[in-house]
Each structure stands twice: as C-alpha cells, then as structure tokens.
Ligand binder design. Sequence first.
Ligand SMILES: Nc1ncnc2c1ncn2[C@@H]1O[C@H](COP(=O)(O)OP(=O)(O)OP(=O)(O)O)[C@@H](O)[C@H]1O
Ligand SMILES: [Mg+2]
Length: 274
Amino acid sequence: MPQPDNKLRIPETLRNVKSIIGIFSAKGGVGKSAISLQLALALKEKGLKIGLVDADIYGPSQPVMLNSSPGELKLTKNEIIEPLTKEGIKFISMGLISGEKMPVIWRGPMVSGAVMQLLSQTEWGELDYLIVDTPPGTGDVQLTLLQRIPLTSAVVVTTPQKVSISDCKKGIEMINKLDVPISGLIENMSWFQPDSMEKKYYLFGKDGGKELAKEYSLELLAQLPLVELDEDSDLQNHELLKKEFDKISTKLMDSVKNLKDKRSGGIPQINITK
Ligand SMILES: Nc1ncnc2c1ncn2[C@@H]1O[C@H](COP(=O)(O)OP(=O)(O)OP(=O)(O)O)[C@@H](O)[C@H]1O
Ligand SMILES: [Mg+2]
C-alpha cells in the first residue's frame, strides 16, 4: 500500500534515526512508561544508540524515573533542543519543557502540535532506536504520532484485565487502520509471586494479553509479573525484569529487521537493459 505523503516528510532532526518505536496502550497505568524506559535501557545494553521521548503532556513520568529537571535543558542557536543524556540514553520529555523557558514549544495551539514540535525540534543526531512513550488513549496525540511520525513499528502494552483488553483492542484497531506495523504485545502485571512462595497470584485475571495477541495475530513479546519494590530499588534494576527485557529487545530487533527486509523487498526493481 502506498504510504501517505505526510509520512514521507520526515523532520530534519529525525533523519539519522534508524528506527522509531511507539509504545502504545489505550488504557492508562498499564506500564507503558516503565516498559519504554526498560526497553530503551535493554537496547542500550546491546551497544545500540538509543533515544527516549516522553510524549505524555498531561502526566509525564520519565523525568522522575530518570531523575531530571527542566533546568538541565539547553537550546542550540536555532532553537533546537539538545536532549539530556541519562543512563546512556538521549532523553526528552514534555515534563522538561516549562512554558517560561521554552516558549517556542508552545506556539502550537494543540497538544498534538506540541508533541510533534517536541519530537521534531530535538537534535537527536544518530540513533539506532528512538522509543516514544505515548500517553494513554486513542485521541489526537496518538493519531498525530501514528500519522505524522515515520514509526517503524508499534509495541502494544496491556494488563490481563478485561477493561484493559477492551481498550487495547481500540488501540490495536487504530494502529492497524493507520497501517503502522505492530512488532508485538507485552502483557504486564500478569501475576504476583511473593519471593518465598511457589504460588502465582493472577491479580488481574490470567492470559488476557496472550489471548488478545492470538486474536490479532500479534507476537506475544512477554508476560511480565507485577514485582515488589522496596524503597531503594526501582523497576529498571529488577533482575528478573532485566532478563525479560533482554529477551524482549532481541525480539523487537528481529521484528524490525524483518519489517525492513520486507519493505526493501517491496520496492519495485527496475531492470535496465541496454
Ligand atoms: N511489572 C511491574 N511491577 C510492578 N510495578 C509496575 C510494573 N509495571 C509498572 N509498574 C508500576 O505501575 C505504575 C504505572 O506504570 P506506568 O506509569 O509505567 O504506566 P503508564 O501506562 O505509563 O501510565 P499512564 O497511562 O498514566 O502514562 C508505576 O508506578 C510503575 O512503576
Ligand atoms: Mg506513562
């Protein structure tokens, strides 16, 4: 199918970004932001150059997770934002843009316009992967990202819970309608297993995400447990999750490679005969 024209107009600052992955879920609070960050870190561990955008204007959470504040941001001469580098990844968030400091960002009257500005006015340089952590919902921001950013693929996140699954279906259908390929689905908060116990507790129901993946013929990238954190630990440093994200990142890289192979194979070959 031909790509819509607007997809071909790639913002200058994204030209050297090899793959852009959007992390979507129509439902809030299912773990998109945590997963975006853990995926970014796992890809970095594989020696790749990674960027992370927190596109959530209403509830940005990456600045807290990455311990950063608006004061750290700098603008280049051309009013282009220099991303922060945190834990070896380039990073920018709606939460780092304060109206006073970066008035240029707010010229766009709509939130989706602001998200586009954030993505296209950040000097990303050369990246292997740019991970886009999206806000919950199937509204303007998601639509804009799916239509105007040349996403390589999307990753869908859900919990096994019925309400999350039914919202997630809307998300998958929106992504499909806009012809963005889906690299796979992550079922998060699948069970809780206290350290000393054999038994798994399926707090939000069992296998809801697995079944959803089957229904839409998506690859199930993982079923992740709900883990217990003490005051000194965070999700990024949880050993079990780190192992899982190592596997998820390999699957994502394979999927992206397949998509790119398919795409280049799809370009009509012209035989020049003398
Ligand atoms: N597997 C997990 N185990 C324990 N806690 C988790 C897990 N996944 C996510 N969380 C926690 O659940 C909360 C919600 O996660 P997160 O903010 O990533 O969700 P979200 O989908 O980005 O939410 P929003 O839709 O509001 O942006 C956070 O406090 C996060 O640390
Ligand atoms: Mg979030």
